[in-house]
Design a protein around this ligand. Sequence first.
Ligand SMILES: *Cc1c(COP(=O)(O)O)cnc(C)c1O
Length: 364
Amino acid sequence: MNIPFVDLKSQYDNIKSEIDEAISGVLENTSFVGGPIVENFELSFAKYLEVNHCVACANGTDAIEIALEALQIGEGDEVIVPAYTWVSTASAVNRVGATPVLVDVDPEFYNLDASRIERAITERTKAIIPVHFYGQPADMQGICKLAKYHSLFVVEDASQAHGAEINGKKVGGFGDIATFSFYPGKNLGAYGDGGCIVTNNKSLADDCRVLARLGQKGKHNHLRVGRNSRLDTLQAAVLSVKLKYLDSWTQQRNDNANAYNQALSSLPLALPKCEPNYRHCYHVYAVQTEQRDDLKKFLSDSGISTQIHYPRPLNRLPLYENFGYECPVSDKMAGRLLSLPMYPELTKGQINYVVETITGFYDK
Ligand SMILES: *Cc1c(COP(=O)(O)O)cnc(C)c1O
């Protein structure tokens, strides 16, 4: 049996007629950039998250940069980011001229926690960017409290956490501003690149829109040096169809994670944990083992694709390795975590095969 890491084809097959209709609708009216389809998607995604404003843009990396610019973070400022995340969380900080300060993650949830952040705060610190890593919400209560005490902005990088919740409230609504990616493999993925910024603050939302639309407020009225970062209409049409299914897909991801958890619980693997009041959205289902590389190879030889998110923490990338950050937890996790196949359409048979193969690895 061959099991892919994600299966976008079976997702497409399940909603093919709706997607095809949405795409041909765009082709028929040839409005490829902007227009009501993009506006409607912004409104529906804001409504889904229960936030007031959504500004669509070209990708999740732009979204972070635009959010930081809107907060007027730049030269001389420091922004706290987790050491274990996708590079964009930190490089976006550099792109606006500020300095990312890497803070180690906690060993159980792989997220930033408030106690580790406090030590990294200086007079220059302007913001914290918690990442809801793997789809597990970060400790927003602790982080927002700390941010309030030190007058810092909170920018949620929710690129891996569409639909994740804390006490029934969706992530993206906790910080001053939040960013999402619609990269195809994300839980809500386009058929190309896409992203957005969400916030409850109208003036921040207006600034994001100006910055993402060439500094323009009203036609031919350019107030600032902006960038051209748009979600194209085809992507908005695809995302609008998919958004309707997001909650049921998140439920299926949770069911699949529960099935893995039960079946793998007696093996010498650390399984993902979830706080009781949190709704994980299992963008990634990662197990932890000292024999990670051998297990990865064994699974691959058995037709099972796995990935590593990520093989190097930011403090080990050429980009940041010379800054002397000590992040022992991130270093350790990068050598131990293995992401198993995870997508809503994963079947019981597929899960059983993954489980049997892993069990076989430990029996040999
Ligand atoms: C995917 C991702 C991004 C960037 O998104 P793109 O759309 O690929 O630019 C940023 N942060 C995190 C944590 C991500 O997983």
